[in-house]
Ligand binder design. Sequence first.
Ligand SMILES: NC(=O)c1ccc[n+]([C@@H]2O[C@H](COP(=O)([O-])OP(=O)(O)OC[C@H]3O[C@@H](n4cnc5c(N)ncnc54)[C@H](OP(=O)(O)O)[C@@H]3O)[C@@H](O)[C@H]2O)c1
Length: 295
Amino acid sequence: MEIGFLGLGIMGKAMAVNLLRHGFKVTVWNRTLSKCEELAAEGASIEETPAAVIKKCKYTIAMLSDPSAALSVVFDKDGVLEVICDGKGYIDMSTVDPDTSLKISEAIEHKGGYFLEAPVSGSKKPAEDGQLVILAAGKKELYEEIIPAFDVLGKKSFYLGQVGNGAKMKLVVNMIMGSMMNAFSEGLCLADRSGLSCQTLLDVLDLGGIANPMFKMKGPTMLQSSYSPAFPLKHQQKDMRLALALGDENAVSMPVAAAANEAFKKARSLGLGDLDFSAVYEAVKVAEGSASATK
Ligand SMILES: NC(=O)c1ccc[n+]([C@@H]2O[C@H](COP(=O)([O-])OP(=O)(O)OC[C@H]3O[C@@H](n4cnc5c(N)ncnc54)[C@H](OP(=O)(O)O)[C@@H]3O)[C@@H](O)[C@H]2O)c1
């Protein structure tokens, strides 16, 4: 199967490499074209525009930062829409809001193409290991055709029905994750300020009912103020913002998520946006007056 791939950031690069290593022919494009070279070394072909990728491939996957990037790649000059036509499938795996997804879907289907949104749960390591959870919605036929690629990228795919449902599910999941990360950061702060060992807190948490892979993986690096980005904080804040907008639309009060969003915004204002989202701990520490923001 020949697959086009647009967007070679942290996630896109890992996913495209996985497809190549499992025998797919992959043609890549990235806004910063130099990032394509690493993929060429793995056997990928390179095109200079999204349109050129679509023209060449029956199926194209996109993995882009946010709604404005997802829209730009489709609607701008040399974009997807210029060439998408009957029989071509476009699968957007970026995390965006349902309206963005719907706008892209309508434009593509108007040109005769098929559209699937398929945001993912899981970060850099699951992307490298083909262990993502795929939250697909849109054209069912396209979902069924692209399953061989999803089987390589993920450990489980869900088909959630109409376009928008994948985006909504992803935003709900990340809203919960962002709120948990903030509660975790406050707990670490409280343990430290009240004279407890944070390492002992991690050990205690790991043995109880609220043990989870995120605390287990991020806790030790947070204690070292080490925030090499697996999931950039600026993207987590984008997801909180989009989830809160979904809450507005549905009149769901989310004071916990709103407070967590403020902490992520604070972290961005401290210059931590490109670090891992766990760097929100530094913003929580600053708010408590117990530390300086670490780079
Ligand atoms: N990292 C994670 O753990 C994780 C997990 C699940 C979902 N996600 C979601 O997956 C998506 C990608 O995340 P990531 O971590 O791979 O992000 P990233 O490392 O920041 O990569 C973002 C990608 O989007 C491209 N891009 C940004 N603005 C663009 C524009 N205006 N036009 C064209 N391309 C543009 C970037 O191109 P350049 O290289 O030129 O900047 C890059 O390829 C996001 O929606 C994120 O929320 C991430």
